[in-house]
Design a protein around this ligand. Structure first.
Ligand code: ATP
Ligand code: MG
Length: 262
């Protein structure tokens, strides 16, 4: 069941707080639990994926900042987590400076793509993007074969999505023609409200089959797990949030492994 190359997936939406980090951690950990070697790359200076997995920057090891702005190699930057098959390139707040430092660099959009060429021991690489369409996100979209878009089921859910799609078009045109949309994930769905249902319908009208059938419910356990440094299935396997991410993981494997012939 090994991919010839890892599938590199950017988890992006420039809107803040829509579930990018929660999805990176929990979908990544789910695939690792399904025994797919998975690398997470924390590309957000907020470093929530790093802290949410209880990872501290290890002495002597590098971070996503060093990968983009220094000359660290991928193998110098990969930290273990306490979970089998799951590793991470952590972020540090210094990464905020990368948006500025990268501007003056040759091949600035390709920095991440170049270093990730070394990631072949993994089946999946998930990149947690910051809430902006700056050079960090552009690096992720240039390095990725797939894009995963979490959309929160609330008012203005689709606000900004057209801007994201415009960026995807530009990236395809100038930087990464093969970029596909791997899926759109409805997050923080509250089935007690009509609003959530309406938003879900609207997103399905726009994105059709790209939207995962499984929906991530609003579930307090998902919000609690990061403060324990654990993905949801290691915190409360039976909760609705954990079950939902297990279902999305299964759907995701069905989509990508069939489509990419592994
Ligand atoms: P940012 O744009 O700031 O990086 P994000 O898109 O990465 O945000 P998250 O950090 O994953 O979003 O989620 C925002 C907040 O909502 C967090 O406090 C998270 O714990 C919480 N949250 C995410 N998903 C759920 C959910 N399904 N149910 C309840 N809370 C959730
Ligand atoms: Mg985040």
């Amino acid at each position: 069941m090994f991919h010839v190359k890892p599938r590199v997936v950017a988890v992006a939406n420039q809107k803040g707080g829509v579930g990018k980090t929660t999805t990176t951690i929990n979908l990544g950990a789910t695939l690792a639990a399904y025994e797919r070697r998975t690398l997470l790359v924390d590309l957000d200076p907020q470093s929530n994926t790093t802290s949410g997995l209880g990872v501290e920057r290890a002495n002597g090891l590098s971070t996503s900042y060093d990968l983009l702005c220094g000359d660290a190699t991928l193998s110098q930057s990969i930290h273990n987590t306490t979970f089998p098959h799951l590793t991470i390139v952590p972020s540090v707040p210094d990464l905020a400076g990368a948006e500025v430092e990268l501007v003056g660099m040759v091949g600035r959009e390709f920095r991440l793509r170049n270093v990730l060429a070394e990631a072949e021991r993994n089946e999946f690489v998930f990149i947690d993007c910051p809430p902006s369409l700056g050079l960090l996100t552009i690096n992720a979209l240039t390095a990725a074969q797939g894009l995963l878009i979490p959309i929160q089921c609330e008012y203005f859910a689709l606000e900004g999505v057209s801007e994201l799609m415009k960026t995807v078009e530009e990236v395809r045109k100038y930087l990464n023609p093969g970029l596909q949309i791997d899926g759109v994930l409805l997050t923080m769905f509250d089935d007690r409200t009509n609003l959530a249902q309406q938003v879900a319908e609207e997103v399905r009208e726009v994105f059709g089959d790209l939207v995962f059938e499984s929906v991530i419910p609003r579930n307090i356990r998902l919000a609690e797990a990061p403060s324990h440094g654990r993905p949801i299935h290691a915190y409360d396997l039976r909760c609705r949030g954990a079950q939902a991410y297990l279902h999305v993981g299964r759907e995701y494997l069905d989509r990508t492994e069939v489509a990419h012939g592994s």
